[in-house]
Design a protein around this ligand. Structure first.
Ligand code: PEP
Ligand code: MN
Length: 385
């Protein structure tokens, strides 16, 4: 059961104390209070865990400060929408908004290699007015003999460069809890010139201890990547571990699933699940066309498969794109063959904007159609109507 408090109810205030007092009659029920600070409002929610069936929903609903009370059925209680009963939970991090309506493009290297390459990416992003990037310092590799990433050694100059080019958020994978500490320390030493979104990769999608570690801190948001061999339900339950430790600033990322049926692509593109994640959860949804497609093959229409796959996600309402570029893919230490080049950056952004605009028009069209269905006698007076 979840109690959603009215907007701006103080988490330490009398309304919450009164509810706690009331719940003392149900000693086996545990409570967890969580404050969600969205882009425009602060909402407090109280999660009731345990035998809640005897708690009178009606009484709770009428207590001061309560907006609504929702009985939850899914296992992913905190990230779930529970049949549309709960609204999305967006967040703002370092000045960038993440929610089910926004779109942010995270462009960058699969693995940080040289200062020069990072600078080329960041300076191009600045020219394009983009303040979000991806940069892997810790790399989970299939073979132990492959490049494992520069790790914490590259963080000081990476963060300094990010500050120089006004990059506000870098998505960076972490493999162990200690990496969170290393990132925090390096940021602090550099004077916090940028922010980091902690990425949990597909290989760690069910590494519950790592998920708890990123969930236990609230400083950095979390990008959770769906397990490449997991059902959606399994991945949603795993993602819940992050929220359950207290961190609700989560983005759920689709990155393709492992199946021979995806060939000749590296994975089977699963972006038809963008609207599904938006319906089942309160989280913004990211797509990763690079790792889904894994090749730079081009269709006869002159458009790369990676662009086409990305467009599939964006036209379905994706809120974030994670995509790999490299100034010289032949020199990349990881995933060079799938990396786009700097001259391809302008094209990718222009293509994405075109698709996004069409998505927004589709959304408006759907809302006008809904209006017409519900009000068959009224004329739609909106400007687009
Ligand atoms: C990555 O984004 O760098 C990465 C390794 O992706 P995934 O975990 O989806 O394979
Ligand atoms: Mn990669």
């Amino acid at each position: 059961m979840i109690i959603i408090m009215k907007q701006d109810v103080d988490p330490e205030g009398p309304e919450i104390s009164r509810i706690r007092e009331f719940l003392k009659s149900f000693p086996e029920v545990m409570t967890r209070t969580s404050g969600i600070k969205g882009a425009s409002r602060q909402v407090t929610e109280i999660y009731l865990i345990g035998p809640t069936h005897d708690i009178p929903l009606e009484t709770l609903s009428h207590m001061p400060g309560v907006e609504k009370v929702v009985r939850v059925s899914n296992k992913y209680r905190q990230i779930g929408r529970h049949g549309g009963q709960l609204d999305q939970i967006g967040f703002t991090y370092n000045g960038i908004n993440f929610n089910q309506d926004s779109l942010n493009i995270f462009i960058g290297l699969c693995a940080v290699d040289t200062f020069e390459h990072v600078e080329m990416i960041f300076s191009n992003l600045k020219k394009l007015g983009i303040a979000t990037a991806r940069m892997g310092a810790y790399k989970p590799r299939t073979s132990p003999y492959d490049f494992q990433g520069h790790g914490k050694e590259c963080l000081p100059w990476l963060f300094e460069l990010a500050g120089k080019y006004d990059i506000k958020v870098i998505a960076m994978e972490v493999l162990r809890a200690v990496h969170i500490e290393e990132i925090r320390e390096a940021l602090e030493t550099a004077g916090n010139p940028t922010g980091v979104m902690l990425q949990v990769g597909t290989r760690n999608a069910q590494n519950f201890e790592l998920l708890k570690a990123v969930g236990l801190q609230n400083e950095f948001p979390v990008l959770y990547k769906r397990g490449m061999g997991l059902s959606l339900e399994e991945s949603l339950n795993a993602c819940e571990y992050v929220a359950n430790e207290g961190n609700r600033n989560i983005v759920f990322c689709l990155r393709g699933i492992k199946s021979g049926l995806g060939a000749p692509h590296r994975n089977l593109v699963d972006f038809a699940h963008v609207p599904v994640i938006k319906r089942l959860t309160r989280l913004p949804v990211c797509i990763d066309p690079t790792h889904s497609v894994g090749t730079k093959d081009q269709a006869p229409d002159g458009i790369l498969d990676i662009f086409h796959a990305s467009a599939e996600g964006v036209i379905a309402g994706a809120n974030m794109i994670l995509i790999e570029f490299h100034p010289r893919p032949e020199l990349a230490l990881c995933d060079g063959p799938q990396a786009l080049t700097i001259p391809e950056m302008n094209h990718f952004i222009a293509d994405t904007m075109l698709v996004r605009k069409t998505y927004e028009e589709r959304r408006d069209l759907a809302s006008r159609e809904l209006f017409r269905q519900w009000h068959p006698d009224q004329q739609d007076l909106s400007p687009a109507g």
